[in-house]
Ligand binder design. Structure first.
Ligand SMILES: Nc1ncnc2c1ncn2[C@@H]1O[C@H](COP(=O)(O)OP(=O)(O)O)[C@@H](O)[C@H]1O
Ligand SMILES: [Mg+2]
Length: 210
């Protein structure tokens, strides 16, 4: 099973400089793939294309044999993504966030409730599972998003700069959660921290000027 990109190119309207300039690579879809690069190097663009949120200008990408461009629905069933700027809905609780995400992904209420409680337990939310998201710390807010994707059956997880701006302790907590996720799924994680790439990655990709 592999992730294959061939000549992936993205040129945004009104921006003549390609955000991705013919990116090609093949790698096995297990463990953690860390995509490292400075701001503006094209990390988010690549992740959004692979997660079917953005159309490439040219090139192809397949995830475990499924074409990202021509079979987006098949891809969507198999992935979960935490976008770079994502935050949990402030007026919901972590429990409501995970529960509604699972309902939205098609689970029955009973099943969703059980899974939501289970994952929040596993991530040691305790009483915070029923506190409003807006009252949680920055690190906990990200943990809510992690809980949402861990609770799914998705075999491929995209995390776009999950630790940018986190304090060192929250970052360490995130790394622990990641160990949990990587056991049985393929994780694509972007970062601009070298240390993170060295510590977490099974495979490292460097992106520079697309
Ligand atoms: N919607 C857009 N329109 C025009 N240019 C964009 C758009 N989104 C990103 N870019 C440009 O594409 C390049 C890559 O951006 P991005 O993928 O967000 O990089 P990274 O995630 O590595 O910071 C940057 O030069 C950025 O300015
Ligand atoms: Mg980005």
């Amino acid at each position: 099973m592999s992730l294959v990109c061939e000549g992936l190119t993205k040129i945004y309207a009104g921006n003549p400089v390609p955000a991705l300039n013919s990116v090609s690579f093949t790698l096995p879809t297990r463990g953690v793939f860390v995509l490292i690069g400075r701001n503006g190097s094209g990390k988010t663009t690549l992740v959004r294309i692979l997660a079917t949120n953005l159309e490439a200008t040219a090139g192809t990408a397949t995830l475990n044999g499924i074409d990202v461009m021509s079979e987006p629905d098949q891809i969507r069933e198999r992935i979960a993504i935490v976008p770079q700027e994502a935050r949990p809905i402030p007026w919901m609780t972590p429990l409501q966030s995970v529960l509604s995400y699972l309902l939205w992904r098609g689970l029955s209420y009973t099943e969703a409730k059980q899974k939501a409680c289970e994952v929040l337990d596993r991530l040691k939310f305790g009483k915070k599972a029923r506190a409003l998201n807006r009252t949680l710390s920055g690190g906990m807010k990200r943990k809510v998003l992690m809980a949402m994707i861990i609770s799914t059956e998705a075999e491929i997880i995209f995390l776009d700069e999950p630790t940018t701006g986190l304090d060192p302790i929250s970052r360490r907590e995130f790394w622990e959660v990641l160990q949990e996720i990587r056991k049985d799924r393929f994780v694509v994680l972007t970062t601009h921290y070298m240390q993170e790439a060295e510590q977490l990655a099974d495979t490292i990709g460097v992106l520079d000027e697309g």
